[in-house]
Design a protein around this ligand. Structure first.
Ligand SMILES: [Zn+2]
Length: 307
């Protein structure tokens, strides 16, 4: 054992190292997150992948043309849909039928999304299909990026289609494990449009950026008071004193935005039917609550369905 190394590793240098690591991490990480969030908000088209042949598990923008939609659907079929059939011929014809059906559905969806966007006063919204290459089941069916200020950002709605396992029975027709329902999809699109129309992402990102400056200021102030254990503890204490209320505020803000989007979407649609079906479906699939959304039982309660 190298004793001299241990004895030379005194508390002063430990404090220096610890402080340097914290100074690097604490103010900069949230700042980076906020800057990335702002970049995403102002330039969602930065995620556009121009060459689908080079694309690998990223988001694909659809421009409304049939050709592009077909290319994206091809990638979705390759990566997310498994077809089992007794013969190769049956498998090929099943994939061709799926491609045509999904392309039609996607084209129709873009028209519906444009209509709902216009009703919320959003001039133009881009539509993207996310085709993750990994085998995980994926997150939300839709997510929205951008603000209603289209002169500054390009509002975008991204669809994350589910992974599907399709078994072809030669006696019967194609069957799929997922039956899609129009009403709950309308609800999800309207919910995402409220986020865009009310600039929810911008508000959340600006709050996060403000917090980063506050945290950075406290660390800078802590730096002035010298390298003693007491001042390090004071700095940690002050940072925690800022971080804890902020985290509570931030997740409170995110949850109230979600509730706002749910309630406004139901008001726009004039029915809670789609919302009820969507949240009940989430509950039945065992989707776990997260920090940024109200718990599913609470959402069912305030949309007027029994929890
Ligand atoms: Zn939402």
């Amino acid at each position: 054992m190298n004793v001299s190394f241990l004895t030379s590793f005194d508390s002063e240098s430990y404090i220096k190292m610890g402080r340097a690591a914290c100074i690097d991490a604490l103010p900069i990480l949230p700042a980076l997150r906020a800057i990335l969030g702002l970049a995403l908000w102002s330039h969602p088209q930065g995620f556009r992948n121009e060459d689908l042949a080079d694309a690998d598990g990223t988001d694909f923008m659809l421009d409304g043309t049939r050709e592009r939609t077909e290319k994206v659907i091809d990638l979705y079929l390759q990566r997310r849909v498994a077809v089992t059939a007794p013969t190769e011929e049956l498998k090929v014809s099943t994939l061709a039928a799926l491609k045509s059906a999904f392309t039609e559905a996607c084209q129709r969806r873009m028209v519906q999304i444009d209509k709902i966007a216009a009703d919320f006063g959003i001039k133009k919204v881009s539509f993207g299909l996310s085709v993750p290459s990994d085998s995980s089941s994926g997150g939300t069916p839709y997510e929205a990026v951008g603000t209603c200020a289209s002169w500054f950002s390009n509002p975008m709605i991204v669809c994350n289609p589910p992974r599907m396992n399709i078994q072809v029975d030669p006696e019967a027709q194609v069957s799929s494990e997922q039956k899609l329902d129009e009403k709950d999809k309308e609800f999800v699109v309207a919910h995402e449009m409220v986020h865009i129309a009310k600039n929810h992402e911008l508000i959340a990102n600006v709050s996060y950026l403000a917090y980063s400056f506050l945290a950075a200021g406290i660390w800078a102030a802590g730096m002035k008071s010298g390298l003693t254990m007491g001042s390090v503890l004071c700095t940690y204490g002050a940072a925690l004193g800022v971080a804890i209320p902020f985290e509570l505020f931030f997740y409170g803000l995110k949850r109230s935005q979600e509730q706002d989007a749910d309630v406004e979407a139901i008001r726009y649609l004039g029915t809670n039917e789609g919302a009820k079906r969507f949240f009940e479906g989430m509950k039945n699939r065992g989707i776990v609550d997260d920090l940024e959304h109200p718990p599913i039982d609470l959402r069912l309660a305030y949309i007027g369905a029994s929890a």
